[in-house]
Write a protein that binds this ligand. Structure first.
Ligand SMILES: [Zn+2]
Length: 87
């Protein structure tokens, strides 16, 4: 039994808020699943279900192509609140 977990409870945030469709322009919805370096968080950390994780991956890739989310972040551009400038 492993009691220590970084993210304590596993539940899908998107199922909880009944998200059926995700818009790539909605950066606020993506923030749950992006790390501070704009990487897509793996499902084992976020606890997202398969359905929503697939949606997120597509939406984030689309957002990257639309230059709403950067592909990579260098050390200089890492900020404490990365989503402030996305709004
Ligand atoms: Zn879900």
């Amino acid at each position: 039994m492993s009691e220590k977990r970084k993210y304590k409870k596993r539940f899908c945030k998107y199922c909880e808020s009944k998200v059926e469709f995700m818009d790539y322009k909605d950066a606020g919805a993506l923030r749950f699943s992006l790390s501070e370096r704009y990487k897509i968080m793996p499902r084992r950390l976020t606890g997202n279900c398969k359905k929503h994780q697939d949606m997120i991956t597509i939406v984030i890739k689309r957002a990257r192509a639309a230059a709403l989310v950067p592909y990579t972040v260098t050390r200089k551009t890492v900020v404490s609140a990365p989503f402030e400038n996305l709004r």
